[in-house]
Ligand binder design. Structure first.
Ligand code: NAD
Length: 419
């Protein structure tokens, strides 16, 4: 039972980010909601906040500062307010537009939908964006981790993650099986659970549109549509077709398909983005064998989930991989890893993924100086072999530090670079 009623009061200082026609209007003192998360969440979030604040302060000569607005979600919210995702928390993120979060625990099995999936759906954060690049010095299982530098745009609201599924034997599953058999002559074993995979033209096109816009803005060379269209023609295959359509119809002057490029003898002008496609299973080996041929990837929800964890392993693992959930204006930044409950409270885990989620957030705010300062500081610290246990155990001559010790080293590196 809830022990307290939830009342959220915004900070007395700071201003809201406004959504304007041409994009976001970010004040010098934006109020940003902060979800600390569960398990190791509070520790990595504390580390990230220190590092982000230092980067903002140093690069703006103290003119800018973030006003953090802590909002409850996850296990602590459940315990105190009887709700994993209180309506007030959701309303606050909606109102203040951009937020940072730590990982949250999702109980396995019936009863709970993933909080992350719920947040993405409720705020229509349709693009899950995961940059995967190597920080020199980070131990990696591959010989040339530096060759991988990609950004994965994973659709975040559709596919088999849409939550349209029924348990074996339930009246809904039985009814669906009956309809499939009677009306569509499709035989399904009666003891089947049923899940639905919706992939829409709207959902696919807006995701690919975002990926192409990103590629243009960031001078990337290609956008690869990753799909399993050879098997699932009307969902994955359609995603591929709609992707090419967006490229042609909306970015015709800036894009060229690889077939067109091949016809013109491989000639691609400097400012043209090559649009290509690869079948999902092949993509896994491509990233291992020819990582330098890929740049921005756009894909459906399930493919993107698998692909981004596998890609993260190539550059040092989940502890260093950040992500952003981005809609038309709203955005929520987080690490790719979960709440690792067995390490909670030990001041031990790697806060890099949360700090790099902060880098993505600063870029999204348009505070690119602060973003670069923060990313450079992480590079400096890791390449000097000051790392947490997860990396230290794979390195020779490493100096192992705690979560808070790593944060202090990053803050020091930020200050050192701007003295
Ligand atoms: P996990 O990512 O929490 O941890 C798996 C293992 O990875 C850990 O035991 C640890 O060895 C390592 N690890 C993870 N983060 C690390 C870090 N920062 N530094 C060093 N090592 C790190 O995955 P899990 O155990 O499968 O999931 C635990 C909970 O987190 C589940 O409830 C799951 O649903 C949830 N989860 C949440 C998110 C999210 O909030 N975005 C993402 C994934 C999983």
């Amino acid at each position: 039972m809830p022990s307290e009623a939830l009342v959220l009061r915004p900070p007395d200082v700071g201003h809201k980010i406004l959504i304007a026609q041409g994009g976001l209007k970010v004040p010098d003192d934006p109020i940003l909601p902060l979800i600390e998360g569960d398990g190791i969440g509070p520790e990595v979030v504390r580390a990230a906040v220190q590092a982000i604040d230092a980067a903002v302060k140093v690069t703006s000569d103290g003119r800018r500062s973030i006003v953090w607005y802590r909002v409850p979600a996850g296990e602590t919210a459940m315990f105190r307010y009887g709700d994993m995702l209180p309506a007030a928390t959701l309303a606050t993120i909606r109102e203040f537009v951009v937020a940072l979060k730590g990982p949250m625990t999702t109980p396995v099995g019936g009863g709970f939908r993933s909080l992350n999936v719920t947040l993405r759906k409720a705020l229509d954060l349709y693009a899950n964006v995961r940059p995967v690049y190597w920080i020199p010095g980070t131990p990696s299982p591959v010989a040339h981790p530096e060759r991988l530098d990609i950004v994965i745009f994973r659709e975040g609201t559709e596919d088999v993650y849409a939550g349209i599924e029924w348990e074996k034997g339930s009246p809904e599953a039985q009814r669906m099986i009956e309809i499939l058999e009677k009306e569509f002559q499709a035989r399904v074993r009666p003891d089947s659970g049923i899940g639905v995979k919706p992939i829409s033209e709207t959902g696919s096109k807006r995701l690919v549109r975002k990926a192409i816009q990103y590629a243009i803005r960031n001078h990337r060379k290609s956008v690869t549509l990753v799909h399993k269209g050879n098997i699932m023609k009307y969902t994955e295959g359609a995603f591929r077709a709609w992707g090419y359509e967006v490229a042609k119809e909306e970015f015709g002057d800036r894009t060229i398909t690889w077939e067109e490029a091949a016809r013109s003898g491989g000639k691609v002008s400097q400012d043209q983005i090559v649009i290509k496609d690869v079948i999902a299973d092949n993509m896994f080996q491509q990233l291992l064998l020819r990582p330098e041929e890929y740049d921005v990837l756009a894909t459906t929800n399930l493919n993107g989930d698998y692909l981004s964890d596998a890609a993260a392993a190539q550059i040092g693992g989940l502890g260093v991989a950040p992500g952003g959930n981005i809609g038309d204006a709203h955005a929520l930044f987080e690490p790719t890893h979960g709440s690792a409950p067995k390490y909670a409270g030990m001041d031990k885990v790697n806060p890099t993924a949360e700090i790099l989620a902060g880098v993505m957030m600063l870029e999204y705010l348009g505070w690119t100086d602060a973003a670069s300062a923060l990313r450079d500081a992480v590079r400096t610290v890791v390449s000097s072999k000051v790392v947490t246990y997860d990396l230290a155990r794979h390195m020779t001559g490493a100096k192992e530090v705690s979560t808070s010790g790593f944060a202090r080293a990053v803050v020091e590196a930020i200050r050192g670079a701007h003295r």
